[in-house]
Design a protein around this ligand. Sequence first.
Ligand code: SF4
Ligand code: SF4
Length: 356
Amino acid sequence: MAEAKFIANDKLTAWLDELSGRMRVLAPTRQGDAVVFAPYAPGQQVELDAEATAPPKSAVFPASEELLRYDYRKDPENLGQVEVELLPTISPEPTLVFGSRPCGARGFLIFDRVYDGAKYKDPYYLARREATIFATIACRQAENSCFCHSVGSAPGDATGSDLLLTPVEGGYVVEGVSDKAAPLLESSLLEAAGDKVDQAKSLREKALQEMGDPQDFGPASKKLLALFDNLGFWEEMSAKCISCGACTYLCPTCYCFNITDENAGLTGRRVRSWDNCMSFQFTMEASGHNPRPTKAHRLRNRVGHKFSYYPDLHEKIIACCGCGRCIKSCPVSVDIREIVTRAMDYQPKAVEEAAK
Ligand code: SF4
Ligand code: SF4
């Protein structure tokens, strides 16, 4: 791996300008009250000091993407005969996601097991994944909604990133993590990091220590399964929920989608869009039957998927990177940590025991 470098604060904009001349750069940008990953233009103000409101999920998995276009062609010699021509649309743009937090980059490892699995490979996802580089900034201090250390990560975790920047006095230590990072380190604006590498390591260790002891979610998988039929528990947990879907749309590890065909005469396109399992329509069947008719059913699915069903399929790995966005952004303060903890601590009441 390349030698660690240092970028001074007063050269950061020039480095970003340089990088944006080589590829599309997405950087945290203020838009009203929110900070989102938006295309960077030279000289633009970026927000690197706090976790972005939305993770960089759409860099690899856009909120809405065209999967293909199609044209119907009538055969003039046989008007009953119609040919369909399919026009593929995969053309990923080389992209640098600059300034994501470790949890934002690590979220894609959860996607990878699904979209790059042994049985199925999603060509759209894979093409964008390959074309995207993550330059992540280690967190100097965790927020109180963060729990990355309880799901196998840390404020300075480089897993899933290609380049790790750690804030130190006067700038950032820049360390290559994957081979994809090497071209980004070739810049006269960067200097040798020297003993700043040790400062960066200490800062990452301190940030982790300050988070306190991690919570052990190991028992959650079995406990959540045991509570599957206890709708009373899920009704209590979901009582405040207003089914807005903010928790799923802002989650770096939620990957559900819907597909729609949009026709305009003899031409059309197939579009994939994010879907939201907290919505009533998510499991609505054409017959009108809905297997998850209440918000209790839907919250059970969301929490169960992340802490039980996914880990059961994928080597006990929890499908949550502990970013805390669902906690911070929920308008009624539903806290996924609290739900999982309540499930793990749940003791059947004497009445339920007697009924068994
Ligand atoms: S479930 Fe919540 S804390 Fe976990 S990754 Fe999703 S938004 Fe972050
Ligand atoms: S953000 Fe809160 S209120 Fe909205 S769907 Fe999620 S849990 Fe329910």
